[in-house]
Design a protein. Sequence first.
Lengths: 363, 285, 262
Amino acid sequence: MYVSVKGGERAIRNAHRLLDKARRGDPGLPAISAAQIDQQLALAVDRVMTEGSLFDRELAALAIRQARGDLIEAIFLVRAYRTTLPRFGASVPVDTAAMTLRRRISATFKDLPGGQLLGPTFDYTQRLLDLDPEAPTAEGAPQTATAEEAAVPRVTDILGRDGLIEAEDGSEAPVADLTRDPLAFPAGRDLRLQSLARGDEGFLLALGYSTQRGYARTHPFAGEIRIGFVQVELYLEELGFAVVIGEIEVTEVQTVNQFKGSASAPPQFTRGYGLTFGYCERKAMSMALVDRALRWRELGEDDKGAPAQDEEFVLSHADNVQATGFVEHLKLPHYVDFQSELELVRKLRREQEERRASLEAAE
Amino acid sequence: MTTPDPAYNFAYLDEQTKRMIRRAILKAVAIPGYQVPFASREMPMPYGWGTGGVQVTAALLGPEDVLKVIDQGADDTTNAVSIRAFFKRTAGVATTERTEEATIIQTRHRIPETPLTAKQILVYQVPIPEPLRFLEPRETETRTMHALQDYGLMHVKLYEDIATHGHIATTYAYPVKVAGRYVTDPSPTPKFDNPKMNRNAALQLFGAGREQRIYAIPPHTEVVSLDFEDHPFSVQTWDRPCELCGATDSFLDEVVMDDQGRRMFVCSDSDHCARRRSARPEAAA
Amino acid sequence: MTGETQVLPLLEASGVTVLYGRQVGCSEVSLDLWPGEVLAVVGESGSGKTTLLRCLAGMLPPAQGRVDYRLRDGGVEEVYAMTEARRRALQRSDWGFVYQTPADGLRMTVSAGANVGERLMALGSRHYGEIRREALAWLERLEIDGARIDERPQAFSGGMRQRLQIARNLVTAPRLVFMDEPTGGLDVSVQARILDTLRGLVRDMGLSVVLVTHDLGVARLLADRMLVMKDGRVVEEGLTDQILEDPQHAYAQLLVSSILQA
């Protein structure tokens, strides 16, 4: 006699116990601390902070540990936590020109005020897998240039002084926030940039790459990549001025792109913009490429039908928490719908069989 | 009723967010079948797993409410269990498996077989709220089509079904017209349940979290399944009763018994089936 | 003409100018289209004739000027002052638009029957059998084998696709049809057959047509009257025979001589 399946509750509880056990791994090995993750897997922490939209290294590290290293799962944990936090206000725009630099490179000028600063980069490392099972140690203090005390001008500002690049919109209007208002199309650039900043690194990488291969090519130069620390200021109504509430690390990328002039406007370079928390160079570069591709309408360029130009397509699919949820929901039971389809397929087959039989009988 | 977890606000969402969702619900009730955009929050469960329904339920719940959660018609499917546990923990409300005891029923893919009353609210979890989405992928275009009641394309799809298969081949998420105005997606319920939506005494609310939409069918509203006069809408039928309770008027799930092709057909609504069996104990023997 | 039945224009354009950014698409065009009349707009590519057509058809709002349409009840409405809902309703019932490329005017992924039936369904037809009968009748009227009603236009030749597009437009018995180079991409023999069919339909249905073409042969076969456009402006206007036999404007003379030599 068939008895319908019961005990979903107990099965779930047991599955979660198994998860706890798997997460801890071999209990003979020491547990990894959030501080270790923060220090030794710092780029994972940076990505989780960026796509989780929450600058908190410790929470991101905890999330990575809880997620067993699954970064999208960790981003999801951070997002779900973030949504419960109260909001005190919005900071004034951070001044990336005043950044304390850790890395700064430009592909457009050989030398420039402030110089090129490589910083802790993978670039030019020989990608030879280090087979020494012992953890590598830093040998001796690296020699670094004396940190620039004075603010280093941004390359785009240098170009801007001569009017060679488009001016940025300096509007003080409040910016859109897709975590507070439903996403609506057409989206302004503020909303697009927010969506891209939260967007999945892999998705943006692929889209950015596609623009380089000719799907809405934008002729980019890496105008400047700068990574370092900026101060976050909050304007306090009571005081009548902004006060510094902390310092965060960010990656900013500005691409310098193809120019266009018209009868009235002289030819000028245009820009694509990328900004992330922490050290997320690949993401910020991809973001700048996609931002620039999405600006085709505003800049009077052709709609080439390329995926990276399609605002609805890009913004609707950039969020990996949304994407993973919907892809993975296919795991949920769908017996009822499947039953409906099964009945239909059987019926269609039966009807076809009958038609064939009656045709044969007629012959 | 248990004590809610003090770490969270009642029913998880903050009051500000609940008010925002209630405003969207009121607007949805005022414009039956119209998809109201709302600022869906990130919930501690994945998108596509009922975040829309959960937000609607959270905005509706009061301490006196009695909650029932079903998935595929059953109370004990894993996702239903998980959502019920979520509200038990964050709101401490009473839960039930009995349809007539519940004040709020959150559902995925089914409408209970037991008729609902004016005192109940049915909350649907919706993955894709836009009935025109698979005909036209662009939101900007589908919103215009709704605004202008430009629904010819929907019938083109049904026409194609008949031309190809001899009858309409949509079996679930079967499009309906609500109050003679908006073409609306009933969520992926089987078309078997469509007639229950029509002039239902209960308020029906639909929440799509990932897609940020809420829509409603107010009580006693006319809901018509799209069809042709000469190919009228019809629901699934089975040529046998439920093998557990003998019901002949319920949606049946097919259970595979062995690898020799043995099948068994049982009610998908587990509460309905259990109650029929307890009323007729001899049938269960 | 008797005094009581005063004939009034079906479509009237006054001082229509269309701009693309700073570029002029067409400039200060005025015209009247009379019931049952076929008006050809001729000129070489880039002369602004397709721009004008799209503007007249409610698809491209003018920067200046207006377009008025006389409804079935005799009332006149400004096309660009209507609500979008009303304009769309008009476009899918009382008007038709035949694109040069059939794929632009057809749904390539649904059957021929559904392509023809779509307008009927949009207008509220809810009887599958009747929609299908109507679709079949129109396919046959356009000389498409009725047995192919369930095939998709992808399987059709260029000429058949164009016939299907015409059928799809005429199924609601419109009064006004806009055509943009309707035989543009077709072989000469296919062209001739379609033009012949079109001429019959225009006569039988009493259609008013604005026909854009660069081919004076097409204009000669179908049109009662012609407008000659150059650089976005109308340079000459008159009865078709008159313009073809005695063009006044230098450009029209050039155009006519080039076709007559060919």
